[in-house]
Design a protein around this ligand. Structure first.
Ligand code: FCB
Length: 474
């Protein structure tokens, strides 16, 4: 446990005007999946299929945020945060994924935005955090170009309704997961196992990003537009060429594929070569890369862990050491093993590697110097216990403290970091892990919905209040 002196010293390392936040996503917290005209999403379908979610649960109720605007916003305020990142459920707003709008869906988000602004909290809105309208999946989903075009329209609809109050937009969250866990390993909705289609899906997610970015910037040049990508430093298990090549491939797919497309307007050549084994790229049309290369104001960095990989078949592989799906059966992952290095792990089996975050931020800034950065997700699952109104989650507290230290290191190294968002505001539905993994700063009793701020949340609040009062004094 750290003391007041440590908190003050850490707080002093952040610039004034920094965005201090926590993040959630629609399907993970809202519940009310059939209320007020919401259409079906691919996650509603996926969770209804036996064996998809470890505890057989679903997001029908989640943590009932749909009925709890006041409570959720009060929590964000209680934690002292000046920013809150949440996502829009596309099928709540456009039930069939086309231009037909469900007013009640927009009204919900409009009320949420108003409630945040009343408390002086800046909304950071993600347009796509994986809940694709099922109607679009029925038409082929992300492997089809049409889905990207519909997404561009959706961005326009969302901006028209909320853009007078929302100034920070994140187009797509983690297209790596949406494409490869959704369409290749099948661990996420829609649960397809089609490697070639997953590469087309990745392209159309990026095209959708570009179309959305363009729509928002055309309507409002001053809006801050971003894309949310998940980054991992990737280390080779040894100097052996086979391991070094495995690291190149995983780094290429995980880190360079999406950033090079968005910020350089080209996919990395070496990974294009790897992928030609399974796809001819006929889905890439003339002009697509320019759209994907739409001007970005900020790059949203989601960071959890690091990878150490081997290309040796039968090498000391521990699939559980890798975040979900890292060893997914798609071509570029062939013969790549993810290894444990002995570092402490979270309840997901993810290695705790805070210095990897400062390394990631420094590397991104070196490679893409023109864009500001924000850490829009960072956090850890641990098996928390509520004991007499207290959740003594010292491991999460240490995790958050160490990663914020890594952010401060990056700031001091000259990285233009503008914010930090803990994942997550509160325990919620963790995708294929259901309710078995708790990531919140706030504990949620999934039966009663009761919320209790964990020790990590109290510590974070202390830090944020100190940093914000420094900022005001400066
Ligand atoms: C990220 C997701 C987020 C949550 C965390 C733990 O990949 O964006 O929704 O599941 O992992």
């Amino acid at each position: 446990m750290s003391n007041d002196f440590e908190v003050a010293a850490l707080a002093a390392r952040f610039p004034s005007g920094f965005a201090w936040g926590a993040a959630t996503s629609s399907y993970q917290v809202e519940g009310s999946t059939t209320a007020d005209g919401r259409g079906q999403s691919i996650w509603d379908t996926f969770v209804s299929e036996p064996g998809r979610v470890v505890d057989g649960s679903n997001g029908d109720k989640a943590i009932d945020s749909y009925h709890n605007i006041e409570g959720d916003v009060a929590l964000v305020g209680e934690l002292g945060l000046n920013s809150y990142r949440f996502s829009l459920s596309w099928p709540r707003i456009c039930p069939d994924g086309d231009g037909k709008v469900n007013r009640a869906g927009l009204d919900y988000y409009s009320a949420l935005v108003d409630a945040l602004l009343e408390q002086g909290i800046t909304p950071w809105v993600t347009l796509y955090h994986w809940d694709l309208p099922q109607a679009l999946e029925n038409g082929g989903g992300w492997p089809k170009r049409d889905t990207a075009e519909r997404f561009g329209e959706f961005a326009q609809i969302a901006h028209q309704a909320l853009g007078d109050r929302v100034k920070r937009w994140i187009t797509v969250n983690e297209p790596w997961c949406a494409a490869f866990l959704g369409y290749s390993s099948g661990e996420h909705a829609p649960g397809r196992r089609e490697p070639a289609a997953s590469i087309a899906a990745a392209h159309h997610l990026m095209l959708g990003h570009g179309l959305a970015a363009r729509a928002i910037k055309e309507a409002e040049p001053d809006a801050t537009v971003s894309i949310g990508l998940n980054f991992y430093p990737v280390y080779a298990a040894s100097d052996a060429p086979v391991d070094v090549d495995a690291a190149r491939r995983i780094d290429g797919v995980q880190n360079r594929w999406f950033t090079d497309a968005a910020l350089k307007g080209a996919y990395p050549e070496d990974i294009v070569d790897d992928f030609t084994a399974v796809t001819d790229f006929s889905f890439v049309e003339v002009g697509d890369m320019e759209v994907i290369n739409a001007p970005l104001d900020c790059l949203s960095v989601n960071y959890y862990s690091q990878y150490t990989v081997t290309g040796r078949e039968g090498g000391a592989v521990s699939a559980s050491a890798a975040p979900t799906g890292a060893g997914s059966p798609w071509p570029a992952n062939e013969h790549v093993g993810f290894m444990t290095t002995g570092l402490p792990q979270t309840d997901m089996g993810w290695e705790i590697a805070p210095e990897g975050l400062s390394e990631t931020l420094r590397r991104l800034h070196a490679n893409y110097p023109d864009v500001t950065l924000a850490v829009t997700e960072n956090g850890a699952a641990f098996p928390d216990k509520l004991v007499e109104d207290q959740v003594a989650d010292s491991e999460r507290l240490d995790y958050v403290r160490e990663h914020l230290g890594a952010c401060a290191d990056a700031v001091e190294a000259g990285v233009p970091l503008i914010g930090y968002f803990a994942w997550s505001l509160a325990d919620n539905f963790e995708w294929a892990w259901g309710y078995t993994k708790r990531f919140g700063l706030v504990y949620v009793d999934f039966e009663t919905g009761q919320r209790v701020v964990k020790d990590s949340g109290k510590w974070y609040c202390d830090l944020v209040r100190t940093a914000r009062s420094n900022g005001e004094a400066k």
